[in-house]
Design a protein around this ligand. Structure first.
Ligand SMILES: Nc1ncnc2c1ncn2[C@@H]1O[C@H](COP(=O)(O)OP(=O)(O)OP(=O)(O)O)[C@@H](O)[C@H]1O
Ligand SMILES: [Mg+2]
Length: 377
């Protein structure tokens, strides 16, 4: 039997569970023309939430656009994808791009068919312009959503997924985006960023101002009930039965993390004895062991990356074993509290821990503590 739970990409429509509330909130801001920054740790469903928001806005007649910066290797590619994303609003074959492109400042797209324009764009990207020229060009391209929306006489919502990544290519880019995008009267921007990126960016005044005008919406974990209902429904589709209480136990083992709960649920049925169609409490543990194997590769990678920070490794381990903050003297009798605090903050900036409240941290990957405990044994 194939995968019943697929977890290799963003989901929308009925596949997206438990996010109606947060999407309503995001849409309310966007309809008022208020920019939004969606913030969450890895794999909480940022991309899914952005895509579903745009899907709903299209139904209301908005023009939309979407660019994922993780899919762009350099800023020229980002520029190209931005233009493509705007042009994706064209229905059918583009006959007269000139009409849309006339206001485009550097005649890049003037009176040429879509394919030609895009290929010329590709050529420009590969020319290896010096950074200054490339930034200037990007400045022009950034205005394309506004020019297009004006030409069409419609409002647009444009999503930039993983906006924090743009500073990877160019330190000046966020500043440029700030000054450019906020002048767009016809376009409202929807951004997302990994929470740890924001933590890293706290020290950068540029980022702080850029997001100063955006309403921050923080994505929480899912509710246990929403996850349990989803599990029951999906398992039934695959011919399995599960009681609500057992489904809730599965959700609880991964703190209702939207991605890892799917990994666990799939592993539970993969580990089920042949012919067994009813999932009971006793079936969860073998599934959990198997799921840990499924995610071991990514956990090992995280652990490996911590190799240069042995004290952070120790703190992470102590947290996993202890199930609480390792401030007690029995863990690190020789070490100052402040040093432990610094290690925790570093783990947070690396996206390994997430601060839930003052003095309260959780592992972003719910399998990580068990991985570390196994290590100890
Ligand atoms: N609300 C949800 N309902 C169902 N599945 C979800 C939900 N949120 C996330 N997922 C699952 O989790 C995985 C990650 O979702 P998504 O790519 O939207 O998250 P992300 O926060 O953008 O991740 P990344 O940090 O990798 O960019 C997807 O495979 C998707 O199947
Ligand atoms: Mg994403």
């Amino acid at each position: 039997m194939g995968q019943l739970f697929t977890y290799n990409g963003p989901v929308t429509g009925t596949e997206l569970i438990g996010r109606d509330g947060i999407i309503d909130e995001i849409l309310a801001h966007l309809r008022r023309g208020q920019e939004v920054l969606v913030l969450a740790p890895r794999k909480y469903g940022k991309t899914s939430i952005l895509k579903e928001s745009l899907r709903r806005l299209r139904k209301e007649g908005y023009l939309t656009g979407f660019v994922d910066t993780f899919e762009c290797a350099f800023q020229g590619e980002f520029a190209g994808r931005l233009v493509e994303a705007v042009l994706a609003n064209e229905t059918g074959k583009v006959k007269n791009l000139g009409k849309i492109a006339r206001p485009f400042p550097n005649s890049l797209l003037n009176n040429t068919p879509l394919e030609d324009a895009l290929s010329r764009f590709g050529v420009l990207q590969s020319l290896g312009m010096n950074e200054g020229a490339e930034v200037q060009r990007l400045g022009e391209v950034l205005n394309f959503p506004q020019l297009y929306a004006e030409a069409k006489g419609k409002r647009m919502v444009f999503a930039i997924d993983g906006v924090g990544e743009v500073s990877r290519w160019n330190g000046k880019l966020l500043g440029l985006m700030e000054t450019t995008l906020k002048r767009h009267s016809q376009v409202t921007y929807l951004f997302s960023m990994n929470q740890e990126r924001q933590r890293q960016a706290v020290y950068s005044p540029k980022t702080a101002t850029f997001f100063g005008s955006a309403k921050v919406v923080v994505v929480p974990l899912l509710s246990e009930t929403a996850v349990a209902r989803y599990l029951i429904r999906t398992l039934r589709r695959g011919g399995f039965r599960i009681r609500l209480g057992v489904a809730k136990s599965i959700a609880r083992m991964v703190a209702s993390h939207p991605h890892y709960v799917k990994v666990l649920a799939q592993a539970v049925i993969d580990a089920l004895p042949e012919q067994k169609r009813i999932i009971e409490e006793g079936d969860i543990d073998p599934g959990y062991r198997l799921a840990l194997n499924y995610v071991r590769g990514e956990l090992e990678q995280v652990w490996l990356n911590l190799g240069s920070a042995p004290f952070q490794r120790q703190v992470a381990k102590a947290m996993a074993v202890n199930g609480a903050l390792p401030y007690s003297k029995k863990f690190f009798p020789q070490v100052d509290k402040a040093q432990i605090y610094f290690a925790l903050s570093a783990l947070e900036r690396k996206g390994i821990l997430k601060k839930e409240a003052r003095g309260c941290y959780r592992f972003v990957n719910p399998f990580f503590p068990e991985f570390l405990r196994e290590f100890e044994r």
